[in-house]
Design a binder for this molecule. Structure first.
Ligand code: PEP
Length: 250
């Protein structure tokens, strides 16, 4: 019933040649059996070329960020309309690296969400706790607050355009993953929070992805959990074979 999604976040990796090489390797994979939406999030500079080279592939394109303003004097930023014009369908908002390194606050992320929605993007909204918050057993409170401040200004019908990515910060790029049970517990909790804020339909229809060192050897166990609807994949998405194996883990 819910859309299953595997998304690759290429982060600040792959120049133009490398991006096209990776795309070509992915296009050779047969993802049709997996019944999963496959999304890639290359760096900004390569979005146009990737879009031009997708040909009849079902792979969808995401950006890794979006600016909340329409246009104007925002040196170095990329507007929603610019992303639309190069074939972007999804936008990642609130990745922990944006929150931590670029100080993106919940309030700013809420503005980005509003802007992305206005421009017709699907949103992958990232939430997740830091290691000290997990150790202090605050992870449930942390994700609830991130949802409330960043996302819950949306109406129930607007939530149809949102996918949530739960990514514990201590598991991103560290080789350490949440156990399948830890992932299930918090995904179930997120669904409960959605039901309390909106209704059971929104809770049941919203795809919740897990992110944090998902690899071919652990994807199957994590994706098998009832409330895990796919993954946001960093490191392993840079290798076509590994990414394809993860996609096929459903
Ligand atoms: C990410 O950056 O969203 C991520 C989950 O990275 P990795 O898979 O490398 O932990």
């Amino acid at each position: 019933m819910r859309t299953q999604i595997v998304a690759g976040n290429w982060k600040m990796n792959c120049n133009l040649d490398e991006s096209l090489h990776l795309l070509n390797a992915l296009k050779l994979k047969d993802f049709t059996k997996a019944e999963v939406e496959v999304v890639i999030a290359p760096p900004y500079t390569n979005l146009y070329a990737i879009h031009q080279n997708l040909s009849d592939s079902s792979i969808k394109i995401s950006s890794q960020n979006i600016n909340e303003n329409e246009e104007g004097a925002y040196t170095g930023e990329i507007s929603p309309d610019m992303l639309k014009s190069v074939g972007v369908e999804y936008v990642i908002i609130g990745h922990s690296e944006r929150r931590a390194i670029y100080n993106e606050s919940n309030e700013l992320l809420a503005e980005k969400v509003t802007s992305a929605l206005k421009h017709g993007f699907k949103i992958m909204f990232c939430i997740g706790e830091m290691l000290d918050q997990r150790k202090a057993e605050k992870h449930f409170d942390v994700v609830k607050k991130q949802l409330e401040k960043g996302l819950f200004h949306l109406s129930a019908s607007e939530m149809k355009h949102v996918v949530i990515a739960y990514e514990p910060v201590w598991a991103i790029g560290t080789g350490e993953t949440a156990s399948p049970e830890q992932a299930q517990d918090i995904h179930q909790y997120i669904r409960q929070v959605l039901a309390e804020k909106y209704n059971q339909d929104v809770a049941e229809q919203t795809s919740i992805l897990y992110g944090g060192s998902v690899k071919p050897n652990n994807a199957r166990e994590i994706f098998a959990k009832k409330d895990v609807d796919g993954g946001l994949i960093g490191g392993a998405s840079l290798d076509a074979d590994s990414f394809a194996e993860i996609v096929m883990s459903f």
